[in-house]
Write a protein that binds this ligand. Structure first.
Ligand code: BTN
Length: 265
């Protein structure tokens, strides 16, 4: 059996992941899709358990131990829809719902798109888009910790990291994890593409109900300043509405990172 066959066993999508390529090892699944996008079809997915140049948000590298994670990216052609919440938030909700389904545990989103369990991060998401005269696509990249132990996170100085093994005592097969995220994402994306108020409000409610940041006292870290306040809600454009000193501030994910006042959450 190949990984491709195994993924198909779990996929319930109509196009996402139907074309799938597995790499034993690759620099970055996001970079691969960005380079090859023009030759690949909508929903194409690449995955691996070893990235040697994995990329994180804000130009960071994404450190992952060989064979203990699953890293995958999928391509969305013509992915620019006015007035929809950002795709990266859709990915956060899709991963949260997928992990909840697979483990019966309660994972949550730390705005905008880290997925956490009891305060520790299990998944990172990096969505990258290209729009110019020749291209119009997004690449959604997701890395999920499967098999790392507590010692790995201690030794790597990643105090707030966790894995499915640590949470669940075992990890579902990587193929099942990837397929369930794709199943959940396609449902969310297709319902949002309708673009009516009901589907957008439905998404925002579901996101907020699963978001650990809402109603928390937070510290907003910008390049040149820090703001303390209380996170109230997610706006339609995906920004976080924070009350600070009696004023409402809308924080865009691209311009700031958010911490709890006591630490990571
Ligand atoms: C973060 O938490 O900073 C985001 C991490 C995103 C990692 C994923 S793994 C699959 C895809 N390929 C990459 O190079 N990065 C993303």
């Amino acid at each position: 059996m190949t990984v491709e066959n195994d993924i198909n066993e779990y996929l319930k999508t109509s196009y996402l992941g139907k074309n799938f390529k597995w790499f034993d090892r690759i620099s970055s699944t996001n970079d691969y899709l960005k380079e090859e996008a023009q030759n690949l079809c909508d929903g194409y997915c690449v995955a691996t358990t070893e990235q040697f140049a994995g990329k994180g948000r804000r130009g960071h590298t994404w450190i992952s131990s060989k064979g203990q994670i699953v890293a995958f990216s999928f391509l969305l052609n013509n992915s620019f829809h006015v007035n929809l919440p950002p795709i990266t938030l859709m990915c956060g909700l899709a991963v949260t719902k997928a992990l909840n389904n697979l483990t019966q545990k309660k994972f949550q989103i730390k705005w905008p798109n880290d997925v956490v369990y009891q305060g520790k991060k299990i998944c990172g998401i990096l969505c990258e888009s290209k729009i110019d005269r020749k291209n119009c696509f997004s690449v959604c990249g997701i890395g999920i910790n499967l098999l790392q132990t507590e010692d790995f996170f201690k030794e790597s100085n990643l105090a707030h990291g966790t894995s499915l093994l640590m949470i669940n005592g075992s990890s579902p097969a990587k193929e099942q994890v990837v397929a369930e995220v794709l199943n959940q994402f396609e449902l969310i994306y297709e319902s949002l593409k309708i673009g009516d108020d009901a589907s957008i409000n439905n998404f925002l409610n579901e996101y907020q109900n699963n978001c650990v940041t809402i109603n928390k006292d937070v510290k907003i870290i910008k390049t040149d300043s820090e703001i303390y306040g209380k996170a109230l809600k997610i706006n339609r454009d995906g920004s976080l509405c924070v009350e600070s000193d009696g004023k409402l501030i809308d924080v865009m994910a691209s311009e700031a990172s958010v911490r709890g006042v006591m630490g990571y959450l």
